[in-house]
Design a protein around this ligand. Structure first.
Ligand code: G4P
Ligand code: NA
Ligand code: NA
Length: 189
């Protein structure tokens, strides 16, 4: 997606540890026009698939999923990472280990909001090692729902997630795939 790649080149900053900072349009301030185009693009990429619900994870996935959902006309469910009084007792749980943050975390979705009739599209901001996506997929699997595919805004193609998930026959569509970002020079696939 050219518009997105241009934005990444113009405003993305490469930090130590191969982290791409995109706070000015995706992870802190939100560029709504860009998110609209991202939503339309996801709809195009999955236009032949029946989708009943979009699943994402808090926090950064929510805005992206919510805007994309307007093109699919379906609800968004976001997995929660922390227990809270507001969360139902009956939840499906997924787990992930973040190599970046060196910690385990849980995803929780109330059993009310995902069922075996659902055709789920997962949407997220980044794909790195793929652990978050596996954690979300675990929830889809536990609910006996159908995983239609996964839409990713930025895939870090030099990390293993994309390859691992595609090898598992999951339909992964990434709008920008970064092959390398050494010395602040970002190269796309
Ligand atoms: P993985 O899920 O693909 O295995 O990746 P990893 O553990 O490395 O990522 C953990 C968190 O960091 C995720 O957000 C992910 O979206 C984000 N992330 C991974 N690589 C980058 C990067 O290069 N730049 C930025 N900005 N984020 C990255 P999270 O902490 O789970 O959620 P959120 O609260 O930020 O949404
Ligand atoms: Na994320
Ligand atoms: Na994030």
């Amino acid at each position: 997606m050219e518009l997105l790649k241009r934005k990444i080149i113009q405003e993305g900053r490469v930090l130590d540890g191969n982290v791409l900072k995109v706070d000015s349009f995706l992870n802190h301030q939100l560029d709504i026009e860009l998110l609209n185009e991202i939503g339309k693009r996801f709809k195009e990429l999955f236009k032949n698939k029946s989708v009943t619900k979009i699943l994402t994870a808090e926090v950064s996935g929510i805005a992206i999923a919510a805007i994309a959902a307007q093109y699919f006309n379906v609800p968004v469910v976001f997995a929660k990472k922390t227990e809270s009084k507001n969360l139902d007792k009956e939840v499906y749980e997924g787990s992930a280990y973040s190599y970046t943050k060196e910690k385990h975390y849980k995803f929780m979705v109330s059993k009310k909001y995902i069922s075996e009739e659902d055709h789920i599209l997962i949407i997220d901001d980044f794909l790195a090692n793929g652990q978050s996506i596996l954690g979300l997929k675990e929830i889809v699997d536990k609910a006996n729902a159908h995983l239609v595919g996964v839409g990713i805004v930025i895939e870090k193609g030099f990390q293993e997630g994309g390859e691992m998930l595609r090898a598992a026959n999951i339909d992964i569509q990434s709008l920008a795939i970064i092959d390398s970002m050494e010395n602040n020079k970002i190269n796309f696939r």
